[in-house]
Design a protein around this ligand. Structure first.
Ligand SMILES: [Zn+2]
Length: 625
C-alpha cells in the first residue's frame, strides 16, 4: 500500500511538475514583478518583453498598459503597440484571455499564470504614417544603434498589484552604452554572452517615471552643486556631442540651482537628448517630457550648434524647474496617478505656467539675458497667448484638459500660464515691498509638502492666499478660476513699466501677424504674404505682398523643400550674405545683400526715465531679487 501510494504520489508530481514550481513561487502580493526586456532579439523593431509576477490566488487578473502618462495631457494608448500578447501557465501553455479594451487584458485561470510574454513596437518611425502616435519625448525607438526606452511603453501593471515593486532586467549587447534614471542594482554576463543589467523600481510609478537610453550614446557627467547631472546624447550623424553641449547646460543649470536656493531636490538628474534625423521615419515632436529626476528631449540633428544650445536652454530650463512643481508640489491626482482614467488637477497654471515663468525669469535674474530681452520674451508670450481663448477659465481647462474645447487651448499654459505666474509675482512683490515673490510661495509649499505628500486640489488657492494677500485671492477669482482676461498693463504699472508702440526685433520669416510667406492658392508655389510689410528687412528690400519667391542662394524654392528652407531662414543671422530671386508681374528681381537686423512694429515694454524711487525698488526686486 505504501509503495503504491508513493508511486501514485510520484506520478502526481511528475504529471504536474508545474504545480510543484508554482507552489514554491511566492504570493504575487508579496513579491517583485520581474520584468525583462531583451534588446538582443529584435524582430521588425519589436522588443520581446516578459512580465513575471508571483503566484496569484484568484481566477482572473487584469493586466494593463497606460492609456495616459504623466506630463503629456493627452491619450497615448500604449496598449496598441503591444503585439502577440500571451499569458503562459506554469506548464508552458497559453492561458485564455480576453482584450477588454486596447490597453487591458483579462487573464483567466490566473492561479496558473506563470508569466506574460509579448512584443512592443516602437513609435518614432510611425509618427508620420499613423494617427495619434504619442508625442516623441513620450515615444519609443528601437534601432540597432539606439533604444529610447520610455518604460511605460514596454511595461504595464496588474490592476491588483499597482504598488508592487519591480525588478527590471534589460539584456543587451556588451557594445551598447546605457544611461538610466532608474537605479542599476547589478550587472552580469548571461549564458548567451550578453549583459543583463538589473534595475529596481519601488512601484509602477517609478517604472513610468524613469526612462532609459541604450545604444551608441555619448554621455557626459558634471556636478551642479550637490546634484550630479548626466547628459546622454544620441546624434545619428555625429553632428553633436554631449561634450559640445556641456558648457551651455552647465552654465544654465548652475544659474537655475542658484535661483532655486536651498530646496529638497534630487541627487542625480538625467537629460536624455535624442537628435532626430529629419528623415521620413524620424520623430517630429520636438520638445521634452519631464520626470521626477530626468527629462527626455527630442530635437533635430540638423540644428546648428547655436540653435541646439538655444533650444536646450529653452527646454531643459523648463523641465528642470519641474523638480519644484509638480514633482515636489503636487495634488493627489498626480500622486496617485491613474494611468487608465486619470483625473486632472485644477492647477496647470502652476505646474506648467509658473514653471515656464521661472524658466524665463531666472535668465534675467541670473544675468543670462538683459532686462530688454526679458521684456521681449514677456511681450512675445502676450502676443502668442492671443491665439487662444482668453475667456476660458484656467482651472476649468486644467481639469478637462483631455476634452475639447479645452485640449486645443492646452498650449496656452506656456503663454498665459507663464503670464499668470508673472502677475502673481508682481502682486506679491509690490504688496511685500519687494521682499517676497512667487518663488518664495513655491518654496513654502515645497517645504510643507514635497515629493511624498500631495496637497488637496481644492485647498491650494486658500493655502496660497493664507501665505500672501487678499489681492492674490482676487486675482485667482477673476483671472485663474474666473474667465476675465488679464489687463497686463495694470501689472506693468505696479513695477513702473509702460507698454508703447515700438520696433521689436524679429527674424527673417515672421512679423507681428505671423509667417511672412504663404502658399499659392491655386498652385504649389511660395509667395511673400501681406505680413511682409511689417518686416523691416524685406520691406526695405522692396518686397511686397504677392511677390513670388523663386530661389534662395541658388536653390529653387518648391513645396517639397519649403520646410527645410524655412528652417534655414529661421537660423539666419545678421551679417550673412544672401542671394534671393523673386518675381513680380512676370518680371524677375533679385536681392543680393548682407542681412541686417529686422524689426517689426508692435507693442514694447519700456522703462520710463522718470521712474519713482518706490517703483524702482519694486522693479529691481521683481527682476533681480
Ligand atoms: Zn512642462
Amino acid at each position: 500500500m505504501k509503495k503504491i501510494i508513493l508511486l501514485s504520489l510520484i506520478s502526481l508530481i511528475f504529471n504536474s511538475c508545474g504545480t510543484i514550481r508554482f507552489s514554491k513561487e511566492k504570493d504575487a502580493k508579496k513579491t517583485n514583478i520581474v520584468s525583462k526586456l531583451d534588446l538582443n532579439n529584435i524582430v521588425e523593431d519589436r522588443i520581446p518583453v516578459e512580465i513575471n509576477p508571483g503566484k496569484f490566488n484568484k481566477d482572473t487578473v487584469v493586466y494593463k498598459m497606460p492609456r495616459v502618462v504623466q506630463g503629456t495631457y493627452s491619450i497615448s494608448n500604449f496598449g496598441r503597440f503591444v503585439k502577440n500578447f500571451k499569458p503562459i501557465s506554469y506548464s508552458g501553455k497559453v492561458l485564455d484571455f480576453s482584450s477588454e479594451d486596447i490597453n487591458t487584458w483579462k487573464i483567466f485561470n490566473a492561479n496558473n499564470l506563470d508569466k506574460i510574454i509579448y512584443e512592443v513596437e516602437d513609435t518614432f518611425d510611425i509618427e508620420n504614417s499613423e494617427d495619434d502616435i504619442p508625442f516623441s519625448p513620450a515615444g519609443t525607438n528601437i534601432e540597432d544603434d539606439n533604444f529610447m526606452l520610455n518604460l511605460f511603453a514596454f511595461i504595464g501593471y496588474f490592476k491588483s498589484l499597482q504598488n508592487n515593486s519591480y525588478e527590471l532586467i534589460v539584456s543587451s549587447n556588451e557594445d551598447y552604452k546605457k544611461s538610466s534614471a532608474l537605479k542599476l542594482v547589478s550587472q552580469e554576463s548571461n549564458t548567451k554572452g550578453f549583459i543583463d543589467s538589473k534595475y529596481f523600481a519601488n512601484r509602477y510609478f517609478d517604472i513610468a517615471d524613469n526612462p532609459m537610453m541604450y545604444g551608441d550614446l555619448d554621455v557626459e557627467e558634471f556636478m551642479v552643486e550637490d546634484i550630479k547631472i548626466v547628459l546622454s546624447v544620441y546624434s545619428p550623424n555625429k553632428n553633436h556631442t554631449a561634450k559640445s553641449l556641456v558648457k551651455t547646460v552647465e552654465k544654465m543649470m548652475f544659474a537655475q540651482k542658484k535661483y532655486l536656493g536651498s530646496i529638497d531636490s534630487t541627487s542625480r538628474y538625467d537629460i536624455f537628448l535624442y537628435l532626430s534625423d529629419d528623415k521620413e521615419d524620424s520623430p517630429t515632436g520636438l520638445g521634452a517630457l519631464e520626470h521626477h529626476n530626468s527629462t527626455v528631449v527630442v530635437l533635430s540633428d540638423s540644428f546648428s550648434e547655436e540653435m541646439l544650445a538655444k533650444s536646450m536652454i529653452d527646454i531643459v530650463a523648463h523641465e528642470f524647474f519641474h523638480i519644484l512643481t509638480p514633482l515636489s508640489v503636487h495634488s493627489e491626482d498626480i500622486h496617485y496617478f491613474d494611468y487608465d482614467k486619470p483625473t486632472f488637477s485644477k492647477h496647470l497654471w502652476m505646474y506648467e505656467g509658473v514653471v515656464e515663468y521661472f524658466a524665463q525669469h531666472f535668465q534675467v535674474n541670473k544675468n543670462l539675458i538683459n532686462k530688454e530681452e526679458f521684456y521681449e520674451v514677456i511681450m512675445d508670450k502676450i502676443r502668442l497667448s492671443n491665439r487662444y481663448d482668453d475667456f476660458m477659465s484656467f482651472t476649468n481647462m486644467s481639469e478637462n484638459v483631455l476634452d475639447e474645447p479645452y485640449a486645443s487651448n492646452y498650449y496656452n499654459v506656456y503663454q498665459k500660464g507663464a503670464l499668470i505666474g508673472m502677475c502673481l509675482d508682481i502682486i506679491i512683490r509690490s504688496e511685500s515691498n519687494g521682499e517676497k515673490g512667487i518663488l518664495w510661495v513655491m518654496k513654502q509649499l515645497s517645504n510643507k509638502y514635497g515629493k511624498q505628500k500631495p496637497f488637496k486640489d481644492d485647498l491650494l488657492f486658500d493655502e496660497i492666499i493664507s501665505l500672501t494677500y487678499p489681492s492674490v485671492k482676487l486675482f485667482f477669482e477673476n483671472h485663474v478660476q474666473g474667465n476675465i482676461p488679464i489687463n497686463y498693463n495694470d501689472f506693468f504699472e505696479k513695477v513702473g513699466l509702460k507698454v508703447v508702440e515700438g520696433n521689436v526685433k524679429t527674424n527673417f520669416m515672421r512679423s507681428g501677424g505671423g509667417l511672412i510667406f504663404k502658399a499659392g492658392e491655386d498652385n504649389d508655389k511660395i509667395y511673400f504674404g501681406s505680413n511682409v510689410a511689417n518686416n523691416s528687412f524685406w520691406s526695405d528690400q522692396g518686397v511686397v505682398n504677392d511677390d513670388l519667391l523663386i530661389s534662395i542662394d541658388n536653390v529653387q524654392v518648391t513645396m517639397e523643400n519649403v520646410n527645410t528652407i524655412l528652417r534655414n531662414i529661421y537660423e539666419w543671422e545678421p551679417g550673412r550674405d544672401i542671394y534671393v530671386v523673386y518675381e513680380r508681374d512676370g518680371e524677375k528681381r533679385e536681392i543680393k545683400t548682407k542681412l541686417v537686423q529686422s524689426y517689426m512694429k508692435d507693442k514694447v515694454i519700456i522703462e520710463p526715465s522718470d521712474l519713482s524711487d518706490q517703483k524702482k525698488i519694486i522693479l529691481n526686486s521683481w527682476l533681480f531679487n
